[in-house]
Design a protein around this ligand. Structure first.
Ligand SMILES: Cc1ncc(COP(=O)(O)O)c(C=O)c1O
Length: 400
C-alpha cells in the first residue's frame, strides 16, 4: 500500500527545486518561481494518467470529498448514500457539508452493493458515494447504471485505489467526480494531500474556486484583485506536496503497483491451495492495485481461528469486522450521536429536534461479509516478510 517505501532521489530532486526557489505557495510568486509550478504540473500529469480533462489538487482525501460535495451544491436538506464499510472520512465530509449520510450494504466486492441503492433512495438523495475499498473496484458499471437511472450524481471515493482501473478505464473517472487521498499510508503519497478529478468543466471551476476561498482565478488580474462568485474555504495543496506527487506518480505503475502485484500473487497462490478459502470478488483483476489480499473463510469461528494463528506467526492480518475506523457497527461515536456542537447538530436540529440517528444492526449483509473475511496488507518491499507469511498460512490451515 504505501508509496513512502520508495521515497528516494527523485522525490529529493523535486523537493529541492521548490526549496531553492523559496516558493511554497501554488499561486503567485511568478518571478521568484522561474516557471516552476509543481502543484499545477502534478494536476496536469494526474489528469493525463486518469484520462480525464480536469484535476484539482487539494490538502487531503477528506478535503477532496468535501470540495466535490460543495461543487455539486450538496448541503442541508440533502441525503448522500454511501457504504457501511469505508474510512470515517467519507461520511464525515457528508456531515460537514450539512447533508445526512445514508448507509447502504456492500456486496462481495466489499464495496457498495448496486442492488441496495434503490432501497436507500429518497426524494432527498442528491449524491451517491461508492468507495473503491482496499485497492480494488466497486461494481462501478452497475452502480453508474443505477445512479443514471435514478438521475443522481456519483462521486467515486478512490482514496484507497489510486492507479486502479476497470477494463482500462481509471477508477475515479466513471462518476461525475472522483476523489483521491495521498496521505502518509497511501499508494501514492504526498504526506497529506488529495485530488478531485472530473470531465465536467463547470464542476472543476466550482471545485477550484471553492477550495481557494472563492477566488475566481481571473488570469488578467493579480490575486488580490480577483473576484468571488460564492463563499469558499481553504483546501489548497502546497508546492512541496505537488513536488512529491510528481515523483511518486512516475513510480506508480512500474514500481509501486508492479511490485505489489508480484507480492500479492505469491501470497495468493499459497492461500488458493486451501479449499475452505474463497477470495473477494474483483470485477477486473488486471486493474486491481493489489494493495490488499482479501479472502473469506466459511464461518466467523474459522475466520477468527485462522486470524489468530496468522497473527501469532507474525503475518500482519486485518479483521475488518473488529476495526473501529472502517466498519459501521464499530463507529461508536456515530451510533451514539456524539458531536461537539451544543445543539447536538448534525444529529439534532438547531432547536434540538432529532434529525438523524444510526442503529448498529441496520446493515446485516455487511456484517456477515466482514465477519467472514480476513485481509493481508500488501507492501512494496516484502522480500523478508513473504517467507514468514507463507509459513504462517501453512500453520493456519491446520487450525481449520
Ligand atoms: C476511503 C477513504 N476515503 C477518504 C479518506 C481520507 O483521506 P485523507 O486521510 O487524505 O484525508 C481515506 C483515508 O484513509 C479513505 O480510506
Amino acid at each position: 500500500m504505501p508509496g513512502f517505501e520508495v521515497i528516494g532521489k527523485e522525490e529529493e530532486k523535486e523537493i529541492l527545486e521548490v526549496l531553492k526557489r523559496k516558493t511554497l505557495f501554488r499561486y503567485e510568486f511568478d518571478e521568484q518561481r522561474q516557471g516552476i509550478y509543481k502543484v499545477e504540473e502534478f494536476e496536469k500529469e494526474f489528469a493525463g494518467y486518469c484520462g480525464v480533462s480536469h484535476a484539482l489538487a487539494v490538502s487531503s482525501g477528506t478535503a477532496a470529498l468535501r470540495v466535490a460535495l460543495a461543487a455539486l451544491g450538496i448541503g442541508p436538506g440533502d441525503e448522500v448514500i454511501t457504504q457501511g464499510f469505508t474510512f470515517v472520512a467519507t461520511w464525515e465530509a457528508i456531515f460537514d457539508a450539512g447533508a445526512i449520510p445514508v448507509f447502504a450494504e456492500i456486496d462481495d466486492t466489499l464495496c457498495l452493493d448496486p442492488a441496495d441503492i434503490q432501497k436507500r433512495v429518497s426524494e432527498r438523495t442528491k449524491a451517491i458515494i461508492p468507495v473503491h475499498m482496499c485497492g480494488s473496484q466497486a461494481g462501478i458499471v452497475e452502480i453508474m447504471e443505477e445512479a443514471d437511472r435514478l438521475n443522481i450524481p456519483v462521486i467515486e471515493d478512490t482514496a484507497q485505489a489510486c492507479g486502479g482501473k476497470l477494463k482500462g478505464k481509471a477508477l475515479g473517472s466513471f462518476g461525475k467526480m472522483g476523489t483521491f487521498s495521498f496521505d502518509s499510508v497511501k499508494t501514492l503519497t504526498t504526506g497529506e494531500g488529495g485530488m478531485v478529478i472530473t470531465n465536467d468543466k463547470d464542476m472543476f471551476i466550482r471545485a477550484s474556486e471553492y477550495h481557494d476561498h472563492g477566488h475566481d482565478h481571473d488570469p488578467n488580474v493579480g490575486r488580490g484583485l480577483e473576484k468571488r462568485s460564492f463563499i469558499g474555504l481553504n483546501y489548497r495543496m502546497m508546492e512541496l506536496q505537488g513536488a512529491l506527487g510528481l515523483a511518486q506518480l512516475k513510480k506508480l505503475d512500474n514500481v509501486i503497483l508492479a511490485r505489489q502485484r508480484e507480492n500479492k500473487l505469491r501470497i495468493k497462490e499459497a492461500l488458493a491451495g486451501i479449499d475452505q478459502i474463497s477470495f473477494r470478488s474483483i470485477p477486473d483483476p488486471q486493474g486491481d492495485i493489489a494493495s490488499f489480499l482479501i479472502f473469506f473463510l466459511p464461518t466467523e469461528e474459522k475466520a477468527k481461528a485462522f486470524n489468530s494463528v496468522l497473527t501469532e506467526e507474525g503475518c500482519p492480518t486485518v479483521y475488518w469486522y473488529d476495526n473501529t475506523w472502517h466498519y459501521y457497527e464499530r463507529w461508536e461515536h456515530l451510533l451514539a450521536s456524539k458531536t461537539l456542537i451544543r445543539s447536538g447538530y448534525p444529529f439534532r436540529t438547531e432547536s434540538g429536534e432529532p434529525r438523524c440517528a444510526y442503529e448498529a444492526a441496520s446493515l446485516p449483509k455487511t456484517a456477515k461479509l466482514l465477519s467472514l473475511c480476513l485481509t493481508i496488507p500488501i507492501n512494496i518491499n516484502m522480500e523478508e516478510q513473504i517467507p514468514k507469511i507463507l509459513k504462517a498460512i501453512e500453520k493456519a490451515e491446520k487450525a481449520l
